[in-house]
Design a protein around this ligand. Structure first.
Ligand SMILES: [Zn+2]
Ligand SMILES: [Zn+2]
Length: 432
């Protein structure tokens, strides 16, 4: 018992020693560098074999097999196809979780890559192509690389690393549950509970290997908006005989823009309210009974998010009432704001700067798209950041964005992704 205590005490000292922590970080970084070609191969394999959200069956088998070969405890079928690997270090210490998402999109690939996807499947009753158009193939490969590098120093590792391979980040198909919220519900953050979680996204707007980070809100919340305006059908020549839901809808669309332009404090955080579809009517001389609209709401602050929802409801209903029509508003909350824990982010910025090197790491601006990593951050302190993948000599504003059929990954950027994710994990565990 005494000997055990002595060992534990020594290990704690080892974990806290800056010199040893530095050695471990350098060793891991060397391992990661030596895995670069493998990571690129893995990314190509994932790219050529994409699977849609909640259908990542083969991807999950492949990932689980990799983690088992590294000697990890592996849990499969978490949130349908999710995989969790547990790497217990040889020394005591905290628990850190690293997350990669695994799903692809219903997109027909339009690149000329020799390993381009030709996969086709059925999605919502339609034949579609399947493509890793959001770069989750890179995330899978990067996390597999980090797993291999960290497993190789397992005995020296002070603490535990949880590797979370998540399905359905893009959202489960209609009628299904999935993604990060289901992973949380099914206990991904229990036994053991991580002290911190890290994740990254490859992004087309930055040069290959460029790392960007931000304290606090990084990515927006996303909510879905549904408005049904009901009037009374009449002849197009006799509008006074009915109630016109088309003109009412036009006023509602314009009225909703006043929320962001006139009613909320945009100097605090930006927001977006977009009406994206409008459907009503069947013939040019009939004013219809109803019009249906859908849209999306983006914000960076939970209080502002609630306020915007209430204002949308009020404006739509009041404008409808003024026109003797009715408006039914439904807002489905989809994804919370991705908020990087300020203390954790502040602690990890030196790590990202060290890996980025001169000019290779900078503060990110806020990004209006959403990321369901936010569900993990609601439970444990987390940091999410970006890694560029567009060729350095290209005009970044012209690069095909994530979700484009021409989305292209300059694979030289993957190394910085793998190095940075391994480094934040090691530095967090050693308290460097
Ligand atoms: Zn995406
Ligand atoms: Zn994505």
């Amino acid at each position: 018992m005494r000997r055990l205590l002595a060992t534990v005490a020594l290990s704690l000292i080892a974990a806290a020693s800056p010199a040893l922590a530095q050695d471990l970080a350098a060793t891991v970084d060397q391992r990661v560098r030596s895995l670069e070609a493998k990571v690129i191969d893995w990314r190509r394999h994932a790219h050529q074999n994409p699977e849609l959200s909640n259908r990542e069956v083969k991807t999950a088998e492949w990932v689980a097999d990799h983690l088992r070969k590294l000697g990890m405890e592996v849990k499969t079928d978490v949130a349908k196809t999710g995989v969790i690997g547990l790497l217990k270090g040889g020394k005591p210490g905290p628990v850190v979780a690293l997350r990669a998402d695994m799903d692809a999109l219903p997109v027909v690939e339009e690149t000329d890559l020799p390993f381009k996807s030709t996969v086709k499947t059925e999605y919502l009753g339609q034949q579609v192509g399947v493509m890793h158009a959001c770069g989750h193939d890179a995330h899978i490969a990067i996390l597999m690389g980090v797993a291999e590098a960290l497993a190789s120093v397992r005995d020296e590792l002070p603490g535990t690393v949880k590797f979370i391979f998540q399905p359905a980040e893009e959202g489960p198909p209609p009628g299904e549950t999935g993604g990060a919220p289901l992973m949380v519900e099914e206990g991904a953050l229990e036994n053991p509970k991580p002290d911190a979680i890290f994740g990254l996204h490859v992004i087309s707007s930055q040069p290959a290997g460029m790392i960007t980070y931000r304290e606090g809100p990084l990515m927006a919340s996303a909510d879905w908006l549904y408005i049904t305006v009901k009037g009374k059908q009449t002849h197009g020549a006799w509008p006074w005989m009915g109630i016109d839901p088309v003109v009412t809808s036009a006023q509602i669309i314009t009225g909703l823009q006043n929320i962001v332009a006139r009613q909320i404090d945009v100097s605090k955080e930006p927001a977006v309210v977009s009406v994206a579809t409008i459907n009503g009517g069947a013939r040019k001389n009939i004013i219809p009974d109803k019009v249906e609209m859908t849209g999306t709401i983006r914000s960076f602050d939970e209080g502002m998010r609630q306020d915007i929802h209430a204002r949308i409801k009020h404006i739509a209903e009041a404008i409808a009432e003024a026109n003797h029509a009715t408006a039914e508003v439904r807002i489905d909350k989809a994804v919370p704001v991705t908020v990087n824990d300020p203390a954790l982010t502040e602690k990890m910025i030196p790590t990202l700067k060290r890996i980025g090197g001169e000019g290779g790491a900078a503060v990110s601006k806020r990004v209006m798209v959403a990321e369901d990593f936010s569900y993990f951050q609601e439970k444990v302190p987390g940091m999410f950041y970006f890694v560029g993948i567009t060729p350095k000599d290209q005009d970044m504003t012209q690069a095909a964005p994530n979700h484009s059929p021409r989305f292209f990954i300059d694979e030289s950027g993957l190394l910085q992704g793998t190095r940075s994710l391994a480094a934040v994990a090691v530095d967090f565990l050693t308290g460097r």
